[in-house]
Design a protein around this ligand. Structure first.
Ligand code: PMT
Length: 399
């Protein structure tokens, strides 16, 4: 969502400026083009040079230092950007923006900004709660500025209150939501996509279970990529990993629970992507009390439902089924067999015998197999990129 976006990053005065450095780096890491402008008071906390070195671009502070005579700098940054991000937004700049003041580079550029504006207010709790500040927040919200709610927590003043600069992860998640809501005609708009993730747990007794090495990273990355393309995403996950708040998430533990949750959502879904590592077997009986130690132990297992196979028999011609194949040998031939047996439209085959891919790593290498096309390998790369390619395949298929 952030990749390739031009972001004008405005920094205003407050102790949270030091945290803004990290946020700016994260935006760059995610592929955004970032230009920074600061108020003079922001520069009292962290120098413009810090932002300049880390963004590798000059930082604007003074309205009257026009280095390039072919442009008016504060208008140029406003027109150049796809989005304006103000982080942190101080009570002072908030009041100026709400009343149309343009007395420094930042306020002048923001008054000239016709692009969507996202702001992260951060200040002392009493300043934030002050009715004048609240009135200014309302005014800006009415003018379609998106303002995050600050965190409640320990403030620089030594006491707890509302006004704290939120954690970077929360800012990124809300910023992604903001960017998506400002985009029109996304390819999966109006389509419901179910994604499963994680390794199911099959209980033996109240404190013991069998599971596998799936972390849920691959499935969660698919859910985020489908959401970025406009889908209504239902993530059915057995993984404890955090999920962005904008993804509708159903937490499950066992294969049986995953089966029920997926079937419940299936009828009006355009696609199901089964990235979960579903246990094929579950203990025949589940002890209600913790099992006592014995000389030896034999457990009997029964078969779990095969969710993908079951969906393959139920699906309509309009519904798309994507399965994974986790193999340690004969990757393509076993995956082809799964494509046939489970009536899938796409099988994503991955080799799970190596530690740098597959289970529980940040990267994966996969081969895409369909009934009609030649196998296509996506070489080792981040799971988010693999997920992006799979969602691109889905978009073409639905088209
Ligand atoms: O979670 P990560 O750590 O990021 O790791 C990602 C992954 C390796 C788990 C993922 O890329 C992957 O390969 N997921 C499928 C794992 C698996 O169970 O593969 P399988 O070959 O055993 O099953 C084939 C397909 O049938 C899968 O889509 C699986 O979800 C589905 N299945 C399997 C058994 C079952 N009872 N019901 C199913 O629906």
């Amino acid at each position: 969502m952030i990749k390739g976006k031009k972001i004008a990053f405005y920094v205003t005065g407050g102790i949270a400026v030091y945290k803004a450095v990290d946020l700016m780096r994260e935006l760059i890491k995610r592929g955004a083009e970032v230009r920074v402008a600061m108020t003079p008071s922001a520069g009292q906390f962290v120098t413009p040079l810090t932002f300049q070195v880390l963004s590798r671009r000059s930082v604007s502070v003074d309205t009257f230092s026009e280095e390039d005579p072919s442009v008016v700098n504060h208008i140029n940054i406003a027109d150049w950007a796809d989005y304006a991000v103000i982080a942190p937004l101080s009570a002072n700049t908030l009041a100026k923006l709400a009343n149309g003041l343009a007395d420094n580079f930042v306020t002048s550029a923001l008054l000239a900004t016709a692009k969507p504006i996202f702001a992260v207010p951060a200040m002392n709790a009493n300043m934030y709660r002050n009715p004048i500040t609240q009135e200014n927040i309302r005014k800006l919200a009415e003018r379609r500025v998106t303002l995050m709610k600050p965190d409640i927590g320990f403030l620089a003043e030594g006491y707890s209150g509302e006004g704290r600069y939120p954690e970077k992860e929360r800012i990124i998640s809300e910023l992604e939501l903001f960017i998506r809501s400002n985009q029109t005609e996304l390819p999966l708009e109006g389509e419901k996509v179910i994604v499963t993730a994680g390794g199911t747990r099959e209980r033996i007794d109240p404190v013991r279970y069998i599971t596998n090495d799936s972390s849920g990273k691959m499935g969660h990355a698919l859910a985020v990529e489908a959401w970025k393309q406009g889908a209504e995403v239902i993530l059915v996950t057995a993984s404890p990993l955090a999920v962005p708040s904008y993804i509708h998430t159903i937490r499950v533990e066992s294969a049986q629970q995953m089966h029920e949750a997926v079937l419940e959502e299936f009828n009006d879904a355009a696609a199901v992507i089964m990235a979960a590592a579903v246990s094929d077997y579950t203990p025949e009986t589940r002890e209600t009390q913790k099992m006592k130690k014995k000389e030896d132990l034999t457990l009997r297992f029964k078969k779990n439902p095969d969710i993908l196979k079951d969906l393959g028999t139920k699906k309509t011609a309009e519904q798309c089924l994507i399965g994974f194949a986790a193999e340690t040998e004969e990757l393509v031939s076993y995956a082809k067999q799964k494509l046939r047996d489970k009536h899938a439209d796409l099988i994503v085959a991955n080799d799970v015998s190596q530690s740098d891919r597959g289970f529980n790593s940040d990267q994966n290498e996969v081969t895409l197999l369909t009934k009609t096309d030649n196998p296509r390998t996506l070489t080792l790369r981040d799971k988010s990129e693999i997920a992006g390619e799979i969602i691109s395949w889905l978009i073409n298929y639905i088209d």
